[in-house]
Design a protein around this ligand. Structure first.
Ligand SMILES: Cc1cc2nc3c(=O)[nH]c(=O)nc-3n(C[C@H](O)[C@H](O)[C@H](O)COP(=O)(O)OP(=O)(O)OC[C@H]3O[C@@H](n4cnc5c(N)ncnc54)[C@H](O)[C@@H]3O)c2cc1C
Length: 402
């Protein structure tokens, strides 16, 4: 990753220099004029559409359905095609904590309005060598300071505390742990479905398609769709996740760093499923020491239960250029990760006998500041992008602000 420093202000100032673009591909047909068009039906776009619709605005949201066969799909993918994401406030990043905390009210409103449950409280656990600290996951002092400011409950545990509280785990001796009892698990697929349903209940229009171009005209913006038709809107919000630059809807690129993540689905055979928090465990203090992330067993669309795990291999999987995005999603991620994750789960959960493991490629979009871009690019086009690996748990508030 580049070490060059960019500030959010400098990036947006650069982006604001965009002149009116005239980028048209495909043929367009006449359509009703909307006040707002949202490009992207992911967590951020769906939340923004709901907030606009519930505020009484006329909004249309456009994005493709999840592909059935990822390996053959040539269009856009998304980073939320999964059954589990962590909700975690134990962090030294104030912006993250504020956005996530403020999203909870929105999640609850949407669940109530639609009857679609997607968010539940669940404890989070982070474990590492006692003497180790960094500026992120293991910034213990920073986590405590931000936690005090935002009222985040956490419990620190030593070796003995860890084995008493989590007897099903075997951590290396000399470990230190942090429990967040009021963490949580979000089902991102269901969350997007619920946000869109709530938006539609407030008269939003949802279109299943990709946007090929934005044609800025004097009175409106023509949003050109892949199906050859077009939409007319006064203003456009781009929430296209990792595809924000490659979709070429902006005349000048936003500074974003894309990394491929190899999530690993480890099947939980039989009826007995490990009772476990979501956890992050670091084995060793070296920069390249192995790290294991895992969610508790979750049921996937095939009806089976899986523990979704990952290593930290994403740091070695930067996506080189726009042309690298599609192949990453169509591929199988880092080949050795399923074996590594299974090995780490065996070590940590000796009572668990893992079933088959397979890779689920995903992608994270980082910004130079680590915060999302939620702003206007010019008078008529705005963006809500840059999940920085926490774009699900913060999405409702990002959508509201956008
Ligand atoms: C393995 C993994 C684990 C993660 N864990 C967590 C976690 O625990 N907690 C958390 O909060 N976050 C987590 N994240 C990050 C989170 O998934 C993302 O930040 C989030 O999905 C970003 O939402 P988004 O709406 O910006 O993008 P996306 O989810 O990618 O949605 C963007 C949408 O835009 C659509 N689109 C793209 N191009 C076009 C176009 N031209 N026209 C129309 N639509 C278009 C896409 O199809 C997609 O539906 C994780 C990510 C990965 C990969």
């Amino acid at each position: 990753m580049s070490t060059q420093k960019f500030t959010r202000r400098s990036v947006l100032a650069g982006a604001a220099g965009l002149t009116a673009s005239l980028v048209v591909r495909g043929s367009a047909g006449a359509s009703k004029r909307h006040r707002f068009a949202v490009v992207g039906r992911g967590p951020m776009g769906a939340a923004a559409a709901r907030h606009l619709a519930t505020a009484g605005e006329d909004v249309v949201v456009v994005g493709p359905e999840e592909p059935e066969d990822w390996s053959q799909h040539e269009g856009a993918f998304a980073s939320h095609y999964d059954e589990g994401r962590q909700f975690e406030l134990a962090s030294s990043e104030k912006v993250l904590v504020r956005l996530a905390k403020d999203s909870v009210r929105g999640f609850q409103e949407v669940e109530k309005a639609t009857g679609i449950a997607f968010f539940r409280r669940h404890s989070n656990l982070r474990v590492g060598p006692a003497g180790f600290s960094d500026d992120h996951y293991y910034n213990w002092d920073g986590i405590d300071a931000v936690g005090r400011e935002f009222g985040v409950e956490t419990v620190h545990l030593d070796d003995q505390g860890l084995s008493e509280k989590f007897p099903q785990f075997r951590f290396e001796s000399g470990s230190r742990g942090l429990v967040e009892p009021n963490g949580g698990v979000i089902n991102p697929r269901r969350m997007v479905k619920a946000q869109l349903r709530a938006a539609e209940a407030n008269r939003a229009t949802v279109i299943s398609d990709e946007v090929l171009a934005l044609n800025r005209r004097s009175g409106d913006i023509e949003v050109v769709l892949k199906n050859g038709k077009s939409i007319s809107a006064d203003q456009v919000l781009i929430a296209a996740g990792a595809f924000t630059n490659s979709a070429k809807l902006l005349e000048r690129r936003l500074v974003m760093y894309l990394y491929g993540v190899t999530a690993v689905l480890v099947e939980v055979p039989g009826e007995s499923r490990p009772d476990m928090p979501t956890f992050t465990c670091r084995f060793g203090s070296e920069e390249k020491s192995p790290v294991c992330f895992a969610m508790p067993p979750l049921q996937y669309p095939d009806g089976r239960w899986y523990i979704k795990g990952a290593t930290a291999s994403s740091v070695d999987s930067p996506i080189a250029g726009d042309d690298g995005i599609g192949p990453w999603f169509r591929g199988k991620g880092v080949g050795e990760d399923p074996k590594l994750v299974v090995g780490m789960l065996r070590k940590l959960l000796p009572g668990f006998e893992p079933g088959k493991a397979r890779a689920l490629p995903c992608m994270v979009s980082y910004t130079p500041t680590g915060n999302p871009y939620i702003d206007r690019i010019d008078e008529r086009v705005g963006v809500a992008v840059g999940g920085n690996a926490w774009g699900v748990m913060t999405s409702d508030e990002i959508g509201r602000m956008a």
